[in-house]
Design a protein around this ligand. Sequence first.
Ligand code: ADP
Length: 183
Amino acid sequence: MEVQIGKCRLIIKQGDITEEDTDAIVNAANSRLAGGGGVDGAIHRAGGPKIAEECRKIGGCPTGKAVITSGGNLPASYVIHAVGPIYRGGKNNEAELLRSAYISSLELADKHNLRSVAFPSISTGAYGYPIKEASRIALQAIIDYCKSHPQITLEEIRFVLFTPQDKEVYVQSLKELMENLSD
Ligand code: ADP
């Protein structure tokens, strides 16, 4: 699925984010930037040790924020390491922290004058965030950012979902949000 939000094209697709040729890919990192399983492990495996070295120098990143490193051997030039919340029932500020992880990533992309960025579904794997709710928060954050930043350098934002099921959830949420936009 593909929609235009202001200057920015928003694309939802299925795939392996490590293969994306966007200027940056976003990693669902942990706050120690220590690497791990899931998409984090896949990015470090495909990108090589340079990314982990840069992460070590940065030291860490609070939940809800993001930091940037080079892309090592990846097709992408940069990796934006965003730290989403661990889901603990939903009453521990998880929604705000998840939104903030996306907004911080977009701010970094904008600051580095990037033209394209690819996101995974942050927090919905090991961190347990229910994906329907997470997809609404993620997409709304991106729509809000694009609308409120008409000078944004980003021309394309991709969501790259690992499974067809996850992709369908994001497509459905985007359809619902677009219907609400036109009401
Ligand atoms: P978190 O700890 O933030 O929940 P995970 O990596 O456990 O992060 O999961 C986040 C999402 O990333 C999950 O939906 C998982 O299916 C997905 N994922 C795992 N590997 C990849 C990959 N190579 N490309 C894109 N998404 C991936």
